[in-house]
Design a protein around this ligand. Structure first.
Ligand SMILES: [Zn+2]
Length: 330
């Protein structure tokens, strides 16, 4: 079979292959790649070399209360309109490396290396991909944490339970630390999931105690990196504003999780927002600023490489993914 350029562009070759091409053409060569290429995406922000690194994903059934203040049928309609499954939610994870002159920083850490095996390699990829990207976890000097949910802190520990970043200062939001380390708050946990979150937070903070530094909101935490208080998802949830040589990016953490739902509908309350009203306020405040300034945003749960900009649309916003940068010029 001769494959013309025009056929390839129009996709007619693919259709012909699917419809009844000889078996020999369809057979998978054993040497063909059976997995995705490691999710690593580089971009410059001024003099900062930023690398988005995928940790993989987790899927779970969508329950009726996934959005607490909207009928489940309306949520299903929005998912369908985005060509997403209506039965399940898939969350992707994208930690970030900021390679500053003289300082190597990791922002959030994924669901942890132990999850790689238990998920058959679907999640917990961060540490493997970090190494593929050429970064030694021992060389990381600073880890910035947005909040204490499992998908953000679990990669702080190795599979053997020791520090995954033994030489780093681990910077956590002071308000987040105060909330999760308070035994009174833990005793009032509203569900088994929240109780587990308290236990995990305490275990991680205790194990890593010598490396932990608490940072305040709206303060510079590293050269050119400022924390932004974006509470609601958790009490001390923080985002970061990175600025270098006139360029900037907001690392928003979980200001929105599933972007197909909550960017367009900032008033929809996801089950994991601990104070949904405050979370909505934080979301609107950040996106008003980002839309006005056309600031690039990294969303930990946006689709990889998790970069885009928001513009105002109706009562909400529209997420416009960043174009693939084939020549990051690093
Ligand atoms: Zn998250």
């Amino acid at each position: 079979m001769t494959i013309s350029r025009r056929d390839t562009i129009l996709g007619t070759t693919a259709i012909a292959l699917a419809a009844g091409a000889p078996d020999a053409l369809r057979a998978q060569s054993p040497s063909r790649l059976q997995t995705q290429v490691q999710g690593i995406y580089r971009q410059k922000i001024g003099s900062v070399s930023m690398t988005c690194i995928t940790d993989g994903s987790v899927s779970f059934p969508r329950e009726d209360g996934f959005v607490s203040n909207v009928p489940a049928s309306e949520v299903a309609t929005a998912l369908e309109a985005s060509f997403r499954s209506t039965d399940k939610i898939t969350l992707t994870f994208a930690p970030v490396v900021l390679d500053l002159p003289g300082r190597l920083i990791v922002v959030d850490t994924g669901i942890g290396p132990a999850a790689f095996k238990s998920s058959n390699g679907i999640g917990g990829q961060f540490h493997r991909n970090l190494a593929v990207a050429g970064y030694d976890a021992k060389a990381v000097q600073q880890v910035l944490i947005t909040h204490f949910h499992a998908d953000h802190i679990s990669g702080l520990l190795s599979e053997d339970g020791t520090s995954a970043f033994p030489n780093a200062e681990i910077c956590v939001p002071a308000a987040e630390y105060a909330f999760w380390m308070d035994d009174g708050n833990a005793s009032r946990a509203s569900s088994a999931v929240v109780r587990t979150n308290f236990e995990r937070a305490k275990r991680f903070m205790t194990t890593l105690d010598k490396q932990i530094r608490r940072y305040d909101a709206d303060k510079e935490v590293a050269p050119g990196v400022t924390s932004i208080a974006t509470p609601g998802h958790t009490p001390g949830h923080s985002s970061f504003f990175v600025s270098s040589e006139g360029e900037s990016i907001i690392l928003q953490g979980d200001v929105t999780t599933t972007p197909e739902l909550f960017v367009e509908h900032p008033d929809w309350h996801v089950w994991s927002d601990m104070d949904p009203v405050v979370a909505e306020q934080a979301r609107r405040k950040l996106y008003e600023l980002a839309a006005a300034n056309k600031t690039l945003i990294h969303g930990f749960h946006f689709n990889f490489p998790a970069l885009g900009r928001v513009s105002k649309q109706g009562a909400g916003y529209r997420l416009v993914p960043e174009i693939w940068n084939a020549a990051p010029n690093l």
